[in-house]
Design a protein around this ligand. Structure first.
Ligand code: ADP
Ligand code: MG
Length: 572
């Protein structure tokens, strides 16, 4: 075929493919237009997952009748008109592609009225061609109706998922916008039934309540931090460590209130939870990062889903620290008065600080972040409540009294936390605490364990192991970390190797190793403790920066509040 310029019709369909991938992308573009139009109320209506109808009604500033046709032309926008403005975009839209792209693949009807004008205007297009236009009475604002999406692109329509799957994407999208624009009242109507409304009263927590429901919303902590040097600001909510989900989809990010998808930002949040969550549990978060317009390039993706930051690692550490600060300040002792289901889960294989996982963390420039501040540096810490020992229960728990009621402390978890911190501290001070074995023990390793041992030999030695090759995949173990109790030293080494090998992330290996060493050294459940031992353990626990969780993320103590007890006994 000779080279030819594409017909406008074909070019429009191809361009539409980038912007309008599925029903939710139409809603995204239309809702963003309504936001740009200063709407205070946005109603979204869909039918049959959006294929039959997608409708967005706003009460924004409308479009002058003579400009409606222009709005449907490609690259027609009222939002920027110069290169300088492209470098500092404050509106959601700017590419001037949404309306023409949507119109190219549907029957589109736009009705609009400027609030101060007496009458409105209507324009209808089919597959991008004008069908009719003219004056039409309408309420102030703009309504866009999109019928029969992809009716002229059967191949694309086949790629859509079920109506309910497309519907849930739209629900998710609308609720995300409701979170970051609490001043706008959002309403979503699905097949004639209202499925979601946000109050639009400008109170972020009430928007949160509408989106997550009362139970989850109460477990969310408010994040607010400002860095005056960079001008970066982080606002929103992040879940307390007791509130988690099994995947990452509950983390939502906005940059200058534009919804973006960013692995880097999820990692920053996950990083903030280091040591606080169990394996494969993820926090909920909804955060808006405000940064100077010139520090972010929003023109990195046709659907504007991704952004580029001028200083990624700065964004990373700003977010990580903002969230970490809130978590550490809060660090609540789990209370029985408000049981948190997550703690009830069996923690069988959850031997690691949860951030030790996420093999995805390599590549993609993520290694740049390994130099960012240690997870809990430079944030204020809330000390554990001072506790008085009452006794031991089931040879497993220390019963203690504090100013706020009764505490049950898990002796193993508490000791693990104490040892973990001690190990980390000694290691950072470069003085491994080692105890020589009376008799060296020979340990046989599988090839895999041998590999792990060789690649981590230095770290193992830093933690107090002393090893010598003994031929044929065997090693002689001469010393173990000082904190190890009696236990079988060979087994301890093998466990530490297996745990370390299990995750592939170099940066976190130290944590994993320290946590497994702490676990091995810690007193077990079933061991009788004397009162001075219990007092000492609680004192040591109180002195740690994160007294409320063990290094694997399990709680070290549960709390029976005085209030709860009084209520149980009918005193209140
Ligand atoms: P962009 O948003 O990138 O400017 P669009 O194709 O989405 O491009 O919209 C084109 C233009 O139409 C916008 O710049 C805006 O002037 C106008 N417009 C679209 N939707 C609305 C709306 N809901 N209210 C007011 N004006 C609108
Ligand atoms: Mg737009």
């Amino acid at each position: 075929m000779p080279i030819k310029v594409l017909s406008p019709d074909l070019a429009a369909k191809i361009a539409a493919g980038e912007v309008v991938e599925r029903p939710a992308s139409v809603i995204k573009e239309l809702v963003e237009n309504s936001i740009d139009a200063g709407a205070s109320q946005i109603t979204v209506e869909i039918k049959s997952g959006g294929v039959e109808l997608l409708k967005v009604i706003d009460d924004g500033h409308g479009i002058p009748p003579e400009e409606v046709a222009v709005a449907f032309q490609r690259h027609a926008t009222s939002k920027i008109d110069s290169q300088e403005q492209l470098d500092a975009i404050a509106t959601m839209g700017f590419r001037g592609e949404a309306l023409p792209s949507i119109a190219a693949v549907s029957r589109t009807v736009l009705t609009t009225r400027q609030p101060l004008e007496p009458g409105g205007f209507r324009m209808e297009l089919l597959w991008g061609e004008l069908v009719s236009s003219g004056s039409q009475g309408s309420p102030p604002g703009t309504t866009v109706e999109v019928f029969d999406l992809f009716g002229n692109l059967p191949a694309r329509r086949k790629f859509l998922r079920s109506a309910s799957a497309e519907t849930s994407r739209i629900q998710e999208l609308v609720s995300r916008y409701a979170l970051v624009f609490p001043g706008i009242r959002f309403q979503l109507v699905v097949d004639g039934r209202t499925s979601f409304t946000s109050p639009g009263n400008g109170v972020p927590r009430e928007a949160l309540l509408a989106v997550y429901g009362p139970q989850a919303a109460t477990g969310m902590l408010e994040v607010h931090s400002e860095d005056s040097a960079s001008g970066y600001q982080v606002d929103g909510f992040a879940s307390a460590p007791s509130l988690t989900r099994a995947n990452r989809t509950y983390m939502t990010f906005f940059v200058n209130r534009r919804w973006v998808q960013s692995r880097m930002l999820s990692f920053a949040v996950e990083e903030a939870y280091t040591g606080l969550l169990q394996v494969r549990r993820y926090p909920l978060a909804s955060l808006n990062i405000s940064i100077p317009y010139e520090d972010v390039d929003v023109n990195a993706h046709p659907a504007k889903r991704e952004v580029r930051f001028r200083d990624e690692s700065r964004v990373f550490s700003t977010v990580q620290r903002a969230v970490r600060a809130v978590l550490v300040a809060d660090s609540p002792v789990p209370s029985l008065a408000s049981p948190s289901p997550d703690y009830a889960e069996p923690a069988a294989s959850s031997f690691f600080p949860r951030s030790a996982f996420g093999g995805v963390r390599h590549g993609g420039g993520m290694s740049d972040f390994s130099g960012s501040a240690p997870a809990d540096a430079a944030v204020s810490r809330q000390p554990a409540p001072p506790l008085k020992v009452v006794g031991q229960l089931k040879l497993t728990y220390i019963v203690a009294e504090g100013s706020e009621g009764m505490f049950l402390v898990d002796q193993h978890a508490a000791h693990e936390r104490v040892l973990f911190d001690r190990i980390c501290q000694k290691t950072s001070e470069q003085e491994p605490q080692s105890q020589p074995l009376l008799e060296p023990v020979s340990v046989e390793l599988t090839p895999g364990q041998g590999d792990t041992l060789r690649t981590n030999l230095e770290a193992l030695e830093n933690y107090g192991f002393q090893l010598e090759p003994f031929g044929d995949g065997s090693y002689l173990l001469r010393a173990v970390p000082a904190i190890f109790g009696e236990g079988d030293p060979a087994k301890a080494l093998l466990d530490v190797l297996d745990m370390t090998a299990f995750e592939g992330l170099v940066r976190q290996k130290e944590d994993v190793m320290a946590a497994s060493i702490a676990c091995h050294g810690a007193i077990r459940a079933g061991k009788s403790l004397t009162e001075p031992e219990m007092v000492a353990l609680l004192e040591q626990l109180e002195a740690t920066p994160n007294p409320h969780t063990c290094p694997h993320g399990r709680p070290t103590m549960v709390h029976f509040s005085s209030f709860h007890m009084e209520r149980e006994f009918g005193r209140r």
